[in-house]
Write a protein that binds this ligand. Sequence first.
Ligand code: NAP
Length: 464
Amino acid sequence: MNKNSSNTMALAPNTSNKRETVCIFGTGDFGRALGHKMIQSGYPVVYGSRSTQISNLIPKDAEVLGHAEAAQKAAIIIIAIQRQHYNFLIPLAEVLRGKVLVDISNNLKLNQYPESNAEHLAQLLPGSKVVKAFNTVSAWALQSGTLDASRQVFVCGDDVEAKQMVMNIVRALGLTPLDKGSLLAAQEIENYPLQLFPMWKFPIFLSLGLTAFFFLYCVALDIIYTYIYENNDFSFFIAITIPNRVCPVMALILLALVYLPGIFAAIIQLYRGTKYRRFPDWLDKWMLCRKQLGLIALAFASLHVVFTLVTPMRAFASWRTGKGIISQASFVLNNKTEPLDHTNAWLSDSYLALGILGFFLFVLLGITSLPSVSNNVNWREFRFVQSKLGYLALILCTAHTLVYGGKWFLSPSAYKWYLPNIYMLSLIVPCAVLVVKFVLILPCVDKPLTQIRQGWERNPKYSK
Ligand code: NAP
């Protein structure tokens, strides 16, 4: 073959690029949106509908036929119909034999039926190859093109070839297929769109409960106590002072709660002498929402920073500064000088420095938990930041709170109604986490724990 002829071949239209016709049953919202997207991607689309009348809503260039007639024109049929109407497909079993049926349906409730809709469809039409796909993509997102949040399409099915054909369509539409395995995975995939921030539920409820508790605790000690025993009305503390006490407390406790399940896991593994037994459910769930706990902690820490930065703008702060100036002036008038309390100066500067460094690391942890960042670091780097730097952040924030307390821990006036101040309460969990972690990294404990994590078992019967 000469050079020229090979060039002519390369320039000739590649007929194999022609897309295969796809049939869509149902001209509802999703059927129309998907059909529109498919036509844009070069697929000839034929609709199977109860009414063959063409309406304005149906994408032009698409054909509308009766179900049986439309099914004969394609190897892949997308069933854009609610599950409760699937029985109408039974009389079409012969036409649909050997065809790939794509189940895109969703339910109204989690685990609404004993079997998934896709499995139900496969039971109704055993001669067809059922594939589950597209159910997590919304018609609106398909139509408007705003697919950023839902670019992933979960695909599952028992026939590998059929699944591959559907995954090719997904790719051609500019979406990303994610193979979830056999049709057994369909139930899980059908539950995805019904979940409302599943990993955030526990952290949010916990944070709301703790915030309410600490807020009321502060109201009792800082407002009600002062009103009863000192006859001072500090009710305005509700706006900034109390939130600025609650936020750092919440940030510190939640940060400690990010590391506490890891401590429990290590203790359980040491006790069992194996890593091959499942953790209790509560611990598994807790481990899974550590990122969310950490992000809420970061939000509280950021609020604490903002509340602290606005302090000079507050009338209460100006009034207190004024009082300080008057007291200094009275010293000067009496020919006395008030020397600088170096201990206090050290305490306040160290407390601020520890807070700034702790917050810096806190932000770093938050940034590395973003998927775009975590995808670009390897597992070791991620662990270094989240574990080593995370513990350092916890140490700095705990030290920040300890130094803030300063000499007040032993002062009786810090215990109104014999109750400790909330910053003292906030130290319980972080100090416990740090003390136990310190014990866990002692060589005599760390060595067996590392061995267990590498697969060693004290008593191999546990692995059965
Ligand atoms: P829809 O607007 O109600 O459309 C459903 C279509 O099913 C109708 O337009 C009709 O098409 C057909 N149909 C209705 N009753 C029927 C019956 N008794 N027998 C045969 N066909 C019947 O619903 P949709 O929003 O498009 O949703 C369709 C499927 O996609 C559902 O299973 C849904 O869970 C799933 N889904 C929807 C979305 C979404 O954003 N809407 C997202 C993901 C998944 P004809 O009039 O042409 O026959």
